[in-house]
Design a protein around this ligand. Structure first.
Ligand code: ADP
Length: 506
């Protein structure tokens, strides 16, 4: 491809001219404009022609009427009878004689001493008697006819014909025609057409230049979007394109782009934070395990000491595998691979069992753990996930409640209205812990989100996002109320009752 046929796009890349958006926009514009001009020409030409011919026809009508006025049928035949004292009339009749012809009802042209077919008809031709007879028949119904014929030199003539009826003596109609050259009109039309055809390429050329300029101008903001997008990299996500304040589609594009950059920035920040947390979480137990094993190797004397070291290392390995499990679970729930295995459960019994499991650690921490359960609370759900939900809420409550505080778990069943509203199970986990600052409340269910300072054990920030996912997957809702240094209350509502069992996905 030749050099001229290439342009540079906004990223500076060489682009085939025909592929550039600017070229295609211009081409579309020019094509449309040319079609419009051609259409105007095609429409305008016959219109102009018919207007000109209408004027000619009007003049012919007047002349035809005048000829009829001056013609008289005397006993010896037809004759012109202008006022002998009126020179104007004499002149008019002389002119009419040059463009006039009369034929009888048999179609035979009348050529007497008084009435003669004008010279010009020899050149533009006289219809055959049969044709004249046929035309007379039509003219008796339609009053007048017009046609255009050319003489031997190609000069166009307009001919107006009509039937001449004599009221009394002679009943048969006569055929009378008056003609007039329309050479001037045709020349004018020709001139206008030539001028239009000459100006047309000029107009198209000008429109191409204008189109190219306008397309370039319109695409300039797209250019800046592309350039900004090019400058963006993982470490430079703060770039935003300033709005032009025009409120048009391109400003909308810029706003959408900036919004997208905000979201990408947030996701990037989360992922960066997550990688730091994960590596930190994994490094701590690994360092501890390594230290324990090294110390054991160097200083352990008895089997008992080895056993203790291995035992301690095993606990940290357990912690490691917990983190890895959480990460795996996260990716499964995100990709929709985690499918709920729903069975009939009693939420009251499950809550009771789990609270009992946490009782020991609550006592160790000197936190009062109380529970208030309804008799039974039947529910259709995934046992493992519901246990995970309870255990996450309980462990958080204990984790963020200092010594001397209390955690209260309540479960109630609210009966629905048969056929209208299903029964619901309402589970509340309330603590008198550190609470969550208001600005963080709306984010705590987000993945990897942690309230910065209130996290003594440095969790992964995944627990509550799992809780929210499990609640959603069971068709329920979760709500949180919290005050700093006073405590938090998490309320989960789940559809209760035993429904027909289906395997649901998140
Ligand atoms: P993690 O597993 O790190 O605890 P979560 O998703 O369970 O993460 O919780 C997210 C954040 O919510 C935590 O960083 C913590 O600050 C806050 N949080 C959760 N539960 C409580 C609670 N009962 N009291 C105070 N803060 C809480």
């Amino acid at each position: 491809m030749a050099g001229w046929a290439r342009v540079r796009d906004w990223t500076g890349r060489a682009l085939r001219l025909t592929r550039s958006l600017r070229f295609r926009l211009t081409l579309t514009y020019v094509l449309f404009f040319s079609l419009l001009l051609a259409f105007v020409g095609v429409l305008f030409y016959p219109l102009l022609r018919s207007i000109m011919y209408e004027q000619v026809d009007e003049t012919l009508d007047e002349e035809w009427d005048a000829a009829r006025g001056y013609l008289h049928y005397e006993k010896y035949g037809w004759d012109w009878l202008p006022d002998p004292y009126d020179s104007d009339e004499q002149l008019t009749v002389r002119r009419l004689k040059d463009v006039f012809m009369l034929a009888d009802s048999n179609g035979k042209p009348i050529n007497t001493d008084q009435i003669a077919v004008a010279e010009i008809y020899r050149s533009i031709g006289i219809e055959s008697p049969a044709e004249i007879r046929g035309r007379l028949q039509r003219l008796l119904r339609s009053k007048q006819e017009y046609e255009t014929r050319h003489d031997e030199d190609g000069i166009p003539y307009r001919i107006r014909s009509g039937a001449l009826k004599l009221a009394d003596k002679v009943q048969r109609p006569y055929y009378m025609a008056i003609c007039r050259s329309v050479a001037v009109e045709e020349r004018t039309l020709q001139g206008i057409t030539t001028l239009y055809l000459r100006v047309l390429p000029l107009l198209i050329g000008l429109s191409s230049v204008w189109g190219w300029f306008m397309a370039g101008r319109a695409l300039r903001p797209v250019n800046s979007v592309a350039q900004a997008a090019q400058r963006i990299s993982g470490s430079n996500l703060s770039i935003r394109i300033p709005s032009r304040g025009a409120g048009d589609e391109l400003d909308h594009l810029i706003a959408t782009f900036n919004g997208m950059m905000d979201r990408i920035g947030t996701s990037f920040e989360k992922i960066r934070q997550f990688s730091t947390d994960v590596s930190h979480e994994l490094r701590t137990p690994l360092t501890v395990i390594r230290g324990q094993l090294e110390v054991a190797l160097l200083s352990a004397r008895s089997e008992e000491q080895y056993r203790e070291a291995v035992q301690a290392a095993l606990e940290d390995v357990e912690r490691l595998s917990h983190i890895v499990r959480a990460l795996l679970l996260l990716s499964q729930s995100e990709t929709g691979q985690l499918v709920l295995q729903k069975t009939e459960l009693d939420l009251a019994a499950m809550t009771h069992d789990l609270v009992e499991e946490f009782r020991v650690s609550a006592e160790e921490k000197h936190v009062r753990l109380t529970v208030d359960l309804s008799e039974t609370c039947p529910l259709t759900g995934d046992r493992i996930q519901i246990e995970r939900l309870l255990s996450n809420l309980l462990s958080n409550a204990l984790k963020y409640t200092p010594e001397g505080g209390s955690v209260h778990v309540r479960l109630s069943r609210e009966p629905g209205i048969a056929g209208i509203e299903p029964a619901t199970a309402r589970l509340t986990v309330e603590d008198t812990g550190v609470g969550i600052p208001a600005e963080h409340l709306q984010h705590i269910f987000d993945r990897f989100y942690k309230v910065p300072s209130a996290d003594p054990e440095k969790g992964l920030g995944l627990g509550l996002s799992f809780v929210a996912w499990i609640v959603k997957a069971h068709g329920g809702a979760i709500d949180v109320q919290s005050r700093v240094n006073e405590g938090s209350r998490f309320t989960v509502t789940l559809p209760a009752g035993v429904a027909s069992l289906t395997t649901a996905e998140a």
